[in-house]
Design a protein around this ligand. Structure first.
Ligand code: GLS
Length: 836
C-alpha cells in the first residue's frame, strides 16, 4: 500500500467491501463492525456519540483508497505532477460528516444503512459532531472552501496549518454581553484525523547565530537555538466532489522535543522538566481569536514560524522522496501564503536551502520567489502584521539576518532603478525604521513572491493604489486579482438540501460541479409561476427551521412569514452592525408613533463573535441585545418587528442561517471589506442583498443585475474624499431629526435601565469621529430599507429577484477562484482528467 512514509509503488491492496462499499449493505455491516471493533460496543449499548463515531470511521474508510492514490501522486518518483501547498494559520472546515456524505455521494445509502441498524435519525448524528473551529471567520473559511475545490478539480494539494487544541471560543450571551468559553473540540476525540507519529520535524527557536567554515572551506552561518520543539503531523482527508481525488489537510501539533529534560529530572527538578514540555505544547494550544488581528504577540509569531517550518521541511522531504533534486523545488510545489501569517516562509525557505542544504543564495532566492504567492486579505492598517524587531530577533535570530540580506539586495536593486529616491526606499523597506523598528510582513511576502493578489476586483485595485502602491510601481507584473468564491457543495447542497433537489430536478445535477456554467439555466424559470411557488415553499420551510433553532437557543418566538433580514459575520465597527441598529431604533420610534398596520413585518437577525479584547465590538453586541429586548417586549412594535441575536454563530449554525434569509446585510464602509464571502453564500441561497459598493458586493451586483440588488451609501472614493475634507458627523446629527432621535434614545438610558453611561463611548465615537461613516450613510440606508419593504410586499416580484440572484451567482463558486489560481499563479494542472 502506498504510504506517506517512504514506501513506493502503490500495489492495490485488497480491501473488503465492508471497508470500501458505497452501498447500504456494506455500510450497515461496517457500522456494526466498527462499533464493535473500534468502540467496543454492542448496538444495544451504544450512545448517540458512539453511533456518530462509528459512522464517521465508516465514512472515513471509504475515502482511504482515493486518499492513498492521491497521496501517491505527491510522493511517487514516477509522477510529474506539481502540487499546491496552501499555507494557512486557519482552516475553518466546519463539520466533516455531512460534507463527506455529499462529496462521496453516499447520503441516501447511509440513511438506509442507519435505518437497518435501528438508527433512524441521521440528522441527530450530524448534530453530534463538534466542529473544528480552527479559524476566525472569512479568511479561515475561505481556506476550507479552497481545499474542497482543489480536490474537486483534481489538483493535488496539501493544506498546511496548525492543529489548535482550542479553536475559536464558544460564545454565550449573558445579560446581553458576550461571554467566551473555551472550545474543547477534541474532548470526545476526532475520528477524521490520522496521527502521523513518524512525520515529525524539529523547529528551533531563540538563541544566536555563529559563522563557521564548512568542509569545502566556505563561509557559512549556523543557528544555535535556545530550544527545539517538535511538530507532529495530523492528517485529515479532504474528498473532492464525486472525483477520484482526496487531498489532505496536514495540521501540526507542537510537542516537547524531549518529553522530559533528563538533566533537570535527575537533579530532582521534576517541575522544571515538566514545565519545558508544557511550554513547547503551548505553541499549538490556542487560536488567536482576532479576525484581522493586530500583531505583536510573541506566541503568535512562534505559532506562525512553527507551522511554516514544519510544512516547508515536509515539502522538501516529499520532494526528496520523489527523487527530485532540490533545485527543482518550484517545479513541484506552488506555495500559497494565505495572508501574511505564513509569510515567514520566505525567510525560512531561504534558510533551509542556504543553511541546511548549502545552496547558493541567488539560486535559493529564485526558487523561493517562484514557489511563493501571496494573497492579501485586508487593507485595514491596524490589521497589518508588523513585528517589533527586538521580539523578532529574540525568537528568530537567523531569520533576521536573512531578511536583512534580502532587504539589502532588494533595496540595492531599487536604488539602481530609481536613483535618488530615498523616500521610495524607506517606503519599500522590509524594516519600518519609524518609531521602534518593525518588521513589515506584507513587504516580506511581496518581495519573496512571484505573485500578489487581492480577493475582489475593488480590493485589488485599492491594494495597487494604496497599501502596496510602491510595490505595484516597481513590479506591476506581479499583481493579480482573484475574486473569492465559496463551495456550492457545503453552501447549497449540504445546507439547503430541498433547494438543491429542486434545482437538480429542473436543470440536472451537473451544476454542483460546474456552478459557473450550469446554474444560469435556472434563469428562465424565474418567471415560471409554478417554479416560483416551489421556491417560496422551500424558503418558507427553511425559515421555519431557523425559527425553531432561534426559539431553542434564545427563547424568542419569531414569525416565519416575516421578512428575514440577516446580518451574520464577525463583529467589527467597519462592518457596521450598529448602522443596522440605528435603523432599528429609527423604526422603533416610528412604529411607536404611527399605526404599524402598513408595515411589512420583519425579523432582524444578528450573529457573530467579537474579539475578546475589542471593547467596542462587545459593546455593540450588548447594544443589539438591549435594543432587541425593548423591541421584542413592546406589545405594539413587536407585532411587526422582532430582533434576535443568535449566539455562537459558527459553521454548523450557519447551515441553517443562509438558506433562511430573505435579505442579506452587507453594509460595510466602502473600501474596508476586502471581499466578504457571506455575501456569496446568501445570494446562492436566494437572498437579496442590501449593501454598499464594497468588496465582492460590487461584482455580485453586476452579476445579479443592478435592479436585483439594494444599493446604498458612499463609494470608496467618496469616503476618502469626505474624510479628506474634514468630515463632521455632528453636523449630520444636528440636521437629521430622525437620526438624532435614535441616537438620543440610546444615550438616554432607555435601552439600559436608565444607565446613561453604558453606551456613551459608542455614541461619542459616532458623533465626534465616526471613523466608519455611519452617519454619512444613515439616511441612504434608511431609505434603502424602505425600498426593501416595498419590494417585499410584492411576493412574486421578490421571488423572481430571489431566483435571479441564485441563478446568476455561479461565478462565485470557489471552483472558479481555484481555476484562476491554477492558471494565473500556480501553474498547476489536474492529476486526473475530469470524468464527470
Ligand atoms: C478577510 C476579509 O476581511 C474578508 O473581507 C475576506 O472575504 C476574507 C477572505 O478573503 O478575508 N480578511 C481577514 O483578515 N479576515 C477576513 O475574513
Amino acid at each position: 500500500i502506498a504510504s506517506d512514509s517512504g514506501a513506493s509503488a502503490p500495489s492495490p491492496i485488497a480491501l473488503t467491501n465492508v471497508r470500501t462499499g458505497l452501498g447500504a449493505d456494506a455500510i450497515a455491516t461496517a457500522l456494526i463492525e466498527n462499533l464493535y471493533c473500534l468502540l467496543g460496543k454492542l448496538p444495544q449499548h451504544a450512545t448517540r456519540n458512539d453511533w456518530y463515531m462509528c459512522l464517521a470511521y465508516t465514512v472515513r474508510d471509504r475515502m482511504m483508497e482515493r486518499y492513498v492514490a492521491t497521496l501517491a501522486s505527491i510522493t511517487e518518483t514516477n509522477t510529474a505532477a506539481k502540487a499546491v501547498a496552501y499555507l494557512s494559520a486557519e482552516f475553518l472546515t466546519g463539520p466533516h460528516l455531512g460534507n463527506s456524505l455529499v462529496n462521496l455521494g453516499i447520503w441516501q445509502a447511509v440513511e438506509e444503512a442507519l435505518s437497518r441498524v435501528g438508527q433512524d435519525d441521521l440528522s441527530s448524528l450530524l448534530d453530534q459532531e463538534e466542529e473544528p473551529g480552527l479559524g476566525n471567520g472569512g479568511l479561515g473559511r475561505l481556506a476550507a472552501c479552497y481545499m474542497d475545490s482543489l480536490a474537486t478539480l483534481n489538483v493535488p494539494a496539501i493544506g498546511y496549518g496548525i492543529r489548535y487544541e482550542f479553536g475559536i471560543f464558544d460564545q454565550a450571551i449573558r445579560d446581553g454581553w458576550q461571554v467566551e468559553l473555551t472550545d474543547k473540540w477534541l474532548r470526545f476525540g476526532n475520528p477524521w484525523e490520522i496521527v502521523r507519529s513518524e512525520i515529525t520535524f524539529d523547529v528551533k527557536l531563540g538563541g544566536r547565530t555563529e559563522p563557521y567554515y564548512d568542509e569545502a572551506g566556505r563561509y557559512r552561518m549556523r543557528w544555535l537555538s535556545e530550544k527545539v520543539v517538535k511538530g507532529v503531523a495530523y492528517d485529515t482527508p479532504v474528498p473532492g466532489y464525486r472525483v477520484p481525488t482526496t487531498n489532505l489537510l496536514r495540521l501540526w501539533k507542537a510537542e516537547a522535543a524531549e518529553s522530559f529534560d533528563f538533566e533537570a529530572f535527575n537533579v530532582g527538578d521534576y517541575y522544571r522538566a515538566v514545565d519545558e514540555k508544557i511550554a513547547s505544547e503551548t505553541i499549538s494550544k490556542v487560536l488567536y481569536p482576532n479576525d484581522e488581528p493586530e500583531a505583536g504577540k510573541q506566541l503568535r509569531l512562534a505559532q506562525q514560524y512553527f507551522f511554516v517550518s514544519c510544512s516547508l521541511q515536509d515539502m522538501i522531504r516529499l520532494l526528496i522522496m520523489r527523487g527530485k533534486p532540490l533545485d527543482e523545488f518550484h517545479s513541484y510545489w506552488a506555495a500559497q501564503l494565505n495572508d501574511t501569517h505564513p509569510s515567514i516562509a520566505v525567510a525560512e525557505l531561504m534558510r533551509l536551502l542556504v543553511d541546511e542544504h548549502a545552496m547558493e543564495w541567488d539560486q535559493a532566492w529564485a526558487i523561493t520567489q517562484q514557489t511563493c504567492g501571496y494573497t492579501n486579505h485586508t487593507l485595514l492598517a491596524e490589521a497589518l502584521e508588523r513585528w517589533p524587531l527586538p521580539l523578532f530577533a529574540r525568537l528568530l535570530p537567523r531569520h533576521l539576518e536573512i531578511i536583512y540580506e534580502i532587504n539589502r539586495r532588494f533595496l540595492n536593486d531599487i536604488r539602481l532603478r530609481y536613483p535618488g529616491d530615498d523616500q521610495l526606499l524607506q517606503r519599500l523597506s522590509l524594516i519600518d525604521e519609524a518609531g521602534g523598528k518593525h518588521m513589515r510582513m506584507a513587504h516580506l511576502a511581496s518581495v519573496g513572491s512571484h505573485a500578489i493578489n487581492g480577493v475582489a476586483a475593488l480590493h485589488t485595485e485599492l491594494l495597487k493604489q494604496t497599501l502596496l502602491s510602491d510595490f505595484h510601481r516597481v513590479a506591476p507584473e506581479k499583481f493579480f486579482n482573484v475574486t473569492n468564491g465559496v463551495t456550492p457543495r457545503r453552501w447549497i447542497a449540504l445546507s439547503n438540501p430541498n433547494l438543491s433537489a429542486l434545482i437538480t430536478r429542473k436543470i440536472g445535477d451537473r451544476w454542483l460541479a460546474d456552478l459557473e456554467h450550469e446554474l444560469e439555466h435556472l434563469e428562465p424559470l424565474a418567471i415560471d409561476g409554478d417554479f416560483q411557488k416551489e421556491w417560496q415553499a422551500i424558503k418558507a420551510d427553511n425559515k421555519r427551521v431557523l425559527a425553531g433553532l432561534i426559539k431553542e437557543r434564545t427563547g424568542i418566538i419569531i414569525e416565519p412569514h416575516s421578512l428575514f433580514d440577516i446580518q451574520v459575520k464577525r463583529l467589527h465597527e467597519y462592518k457596521r452592525q450598529h448602522l443596522n441598529v440605528l435603523y432599528l431604533v429609527t423604526l422603533f420610534n416610528k412604529l411607536r408613533r404611527v399605526s404599524s398596520a402598513a408595515e411589512i413585518p420583519r425579523t432582524v437577525i444578528f450573529g457573530g463573535k467579537a474579539a475578546p479584547g475589542y471593547r467596542m465590538a462587545k459593546l455593540i453586541i450588548k447594544l443589539i441585545n438591549s435594543v432587541a429586548a425593548a423591541i421584542n417586549q413592546d406589545p405594539v412594535v413587536s407585532q411587526v418587528l422582532k430582533v434576535v441575536f443568535l449566539p455562537d454563530f459558527n459553521v454548523k449554525t450557519s447551515h441553517h442561517v443562509y438558506p433562511a434569509a430573505d435579505l442579506s446585510e452587507q453594509i460595510s464602509t466602502a473600501g474596508k471589506e476586502a471581499s466578504g464571502t457571506g455575501n456569496m453564500k446568501f445570494a446562492m441561497n436566494g437572498a437579496l442583498t442590501i449593501g454598499t459598493l464594497d468588496g465582492a458586493n460590487v461584482e455580485i451586483r453586476d452579476a445579479v443585475g443592478h435592479e436585483n440588488f439594494f444599493l446604498f451609501g458612499l463609494t470608496a472614493a467618496e469616503v476618502e474624499r469626505l474624510k479628506a475634507e474634514a468630515y463632521t458627523p455632528r453636523s449630520i446629527y444636528d440636521s437629521n431629526a430622525e437620526l438624532r432621535e435614535a441616537i438620543d434614545l440610546i444615550s438616554s438610558g432607555f435601552f439600559s435601565n436608565g444607565d446613561r453611561g453604558l453606551f456613551q463611548s459608542l455614541v461619542e465615537s459616532l458623533i465626534t469621529r465616526d471613523d466608519y461613516m455611519l452617519l454619512a450613510d444613515y439616511q441612504a440606508y434608511v431609505e434603502c430599507q424602505q425600498r426593501v419593504s416595498q419590494a417585499y410586499s410584492d411576493q412574486n416580484a421578490w421571488t423572481r429577484m430571489s431566483i435571479l440572484n441564485c441563478a446568476r451567482v455561479g461565478r462565485f463558486s470557489s471552483d472558479r477562484s481555484i481555476r484562476e489560481y491554477c492558471r494565473d499563479i500556480w501553474n498547476v494542472r489536474p492529476i486526473v482528467p475530469d470524468e464527470r
